[in-house]
Design a protein around this ligand. Sequence first.
Ligand code: SF4
Ligand code: SF4
Length: 380
Amino acid sequence: MAWIIEALKERGLSTAMRVALRYMLGRLRGVDDIIKCALCPNFCKFNCPTHIASGSETHSPAGRARVAFFIESGVLELNPENALPLYTCLGCLACKAYCPFNFSVPEITYRLRVRLRQANALPVQLAQIVDNLSRHKFLHGPRPAEDRIAGNLLYIRGCTVRQHLPSLAEITMEVFKRFGVTLATHADEVCCGFHAYLLGAEDIFRDLAKMSIELLKKYSCAITSCPTIAYTYRVLYPRFGFQLPIEVYHVTELLKRVMSEQQVKLREVRKKVVVHESWPLSRGIETSNVMLDLLKSIPGVEVALPIRHGRYVYDIGGYCSLLKFVNQWLVRRIAQERLRELSTVGNIIVTSSPDATIVFRELGANVYDIVEVMAEALGL
Ligand code: SF4
Ligand code: SF4
């Protein structure tokens, strides 16, 4: 308890004792959670990607909570420069996996991010994202002009697949066609709102959630290539009071189901692969084992896992984070660290995250989406 009192002694012994006692009893809530996290000796920082890659305490979980505490308490001014560490957070929940209080930094700092946005104190690099989301409902600017494709099941490709990896959407549709499932795409597909959540732009988040749910109502089931969309729809929408009218699956979940129903014969694929899981599937909706099951079902594929996997995965930040828009250097450093770790196990990477595919390919890695491996096994 001594280190807590030391940290609080400027505020008087009685305050220090009261906070320390409440801290020990685990009864602090709301803004007080930030105090608890700020006082923590950073139990979880060894798995925080931004801290590992930058070596900076400011970009560690407790470092962010300390910045948040000082802004909340008026010690630091509410301005974009001071607030920047809150937007370099990937929102990856790796801190939560190790936190004795079950905290995640993006959750406990959410209300402050809302306040920062209301006070026009967002870092200037993020202004374009706010504009894109509010005007175009699309992360990357004006939505691509596309035809609507009819089908019996909605395929939510996601902003980044539509803008940067449209070939993955085409392969995904071909793979499902082989199982007799015609995927529908719709020009009214909008951003899921995850970035709006990270920005604290609750008005935009709610607009996007409403529009997404209106689109879902036209179909009986939906799938998505993007793990972050699956997490946002299934976890964040209900948290903000939006109930899903239909089931929304990640592509891997439906693929596993149709494969088990149809017993399709797969070709041998001679590959020894190392798996890169994504946090929204492994920690968000806890389904990353589905990708492993799919890979193991393909004859000839040998599957290996890196040290940090499953619930404890070290994920990277690409377009599905705000970091990509505020610090490209740190995005590359995080990905390089992950590639180093993966390379100790294997050189062919398989992932179900389009974001990871893009970032790893930019760094010259040999990476496949699970759907591409499945297409090869189906002879497509
Ligand atoms: S998230 Fe939990 S473990 Fe991590 S620094 Fe905060 S209180 Fe400590
Ligand atoms: S959510 Fe991820 S990036 Fe943000 S503080 Fe937690 S571990 Fe670090």
